[in-house]
Design a protein around this ligand. Structure first.
Ligand SMILES: [Fe+2]
Ligand SMILES: [Fe+2]
Length: 338
């Protein structure tokens, strides 16, 4: 959703001779027939680049998304809440790992993908550049951010690229759990003291608009959607997904007894949709440009975590090398004995 410029370049890539055109036609025919594309299959370079970018941005979002929530692990109000939050943050790490693995099948190494993130050359979801000021933010993130992620990711379970589609199936199951546990935090706060309910309301006020921005720019400005739709990477447009999210979420907020920070929010009986007010796209652009409330902090935390984890990576590599050496020595010994 943040990649219009790159994508414009992809779609205008020169097409080589008739052989290449025939391959591209066969590839598109497989996609049209709902066949899955697998890592060793031929694919257009633009398809490979688009997916590498999308999957790695998704992976980066999972990993950076651990930071705002990790902020509350030591301050969760009860042991039960702490255990659930720890499990959720670990799930997000797992999502990152599945996704980096899926991206690697397209031919870019995990190290290169990490480098792109840490050097600021890769994007991650704009939402994680907002701060988690109170415990209610943990509820709001689960309810709204994971809820928005589910809307985006359910259609990706049918993405044309096999490894991505398969990763999404498990990810979506875990995201549903995250969404429910977030909603349950909100429900508990809303049934609690007036101060707790006010805290829940404040969290909704701050997270609502950034969550609507998560779906990316309006369709009219989203140049890459056409090609992604043709390749069956993207099954719904940004605006369609945003509308689905609003329609699903507004009744949930009403059940909580909260109000949405949008005076224009109104139910359109004829269309059967909740209509929402104008989104502040200037804010979105600023966050993407690195000027959100927490961009610098997030990148610093991620770089520090990567540097602090260097010994773990080195130890894992040394261990793998030792095992490989031992296995080779054992194979040699067996061969000599035979
Ligand atoms: Fe996730
Ligand atoms: Fe999640």
């Amino acid at each position: 959703m943040y990649t219009q410029a790159l994508n414009a370049r992809d779609t205008t890539a020169p097409v080589a001779g008739p052989e290449e055109a025939a391959r591209a036609a066969r590839f598109q025919a497989r996609i049209d027939a709902e066949e899955r594309i697998e890592p060793n299959d031929w694919m257009p370079e633009a398809y490979r680049r688009t997916l590498t970018r999308q999957i790695s941005q998704h992976a980066h979002s999972e990993i950076v998304g651990m930071l705002p929530e990790g902020n509350w692990i030591t301050r969760a109000p009860t042991l039960k809440r702490k255990a659930a939050l720890l499990a959720k943050v670990q799930d997000e790490a797992g999502h990152g790992l599945y996704l980096y693995s899926a991206a690697e099948t397209l031919g870019t190494s995990r190290e290169e993908l990490f480098d792109q993130l840490l050097a600021g050359r890769a994007k991650y979801s704009s939402i994680f550049n907002y701060p988690t000021l109170t415990w209610a933010d943990i509820g709001a993130i689960g309810w709204l951010v994971d809820g928005a992620a589910i809307m985006n990711q359910i259609p990706l379970c049918r993405c044309s690229y096999g490894p991505y589609a398969r990763a999404m199936i498990r990810v979506c199951k875990e995201e549903s759990f995250h969404q429910r546990q977030g909603y349950e935090i909100m429900l508990t706060l809303c049934r609690g003291t007036p101060e707790q309910k006010a805290m829940a309301q404040d969290a909704l006020n701050r997270w609502w608009w950034p969550c609507l921005m998560m779906f990316g720019p309006p369709d009219a400005e989203s140049q890459h959607s056409d090609q992604s739709a043709k390749w069956k990477i993207k099954r719904f447009s940004n605006d369609e997904l945003r509308q689905k999210f609003v329609d699903a979420t507004v009744p949930q907020g009403q059940y909580l007894g909260l109000t949405f920070p949008d005076p224009d929010l109104a139910y359109d009986e004829a269309a059967g949709h909740w209509r929402y007010g104008a989104i502040d796209w200037e804010e979105f652009k600023q966050v993407l440009a690195g000027n959100g409330p927490c961009n610098r902090q997030r990148m610093k935390q991620r770089r520090d975590a990567h540097a602090a984890g260097a010994w773990v990576r080195e130890a894992a590599m040394a261990h793998a090398a030792k095992r490989a050496r031992r296995a080779a020595a054992k194979a040699d010994a067996l061969q000599q004995a035979a």
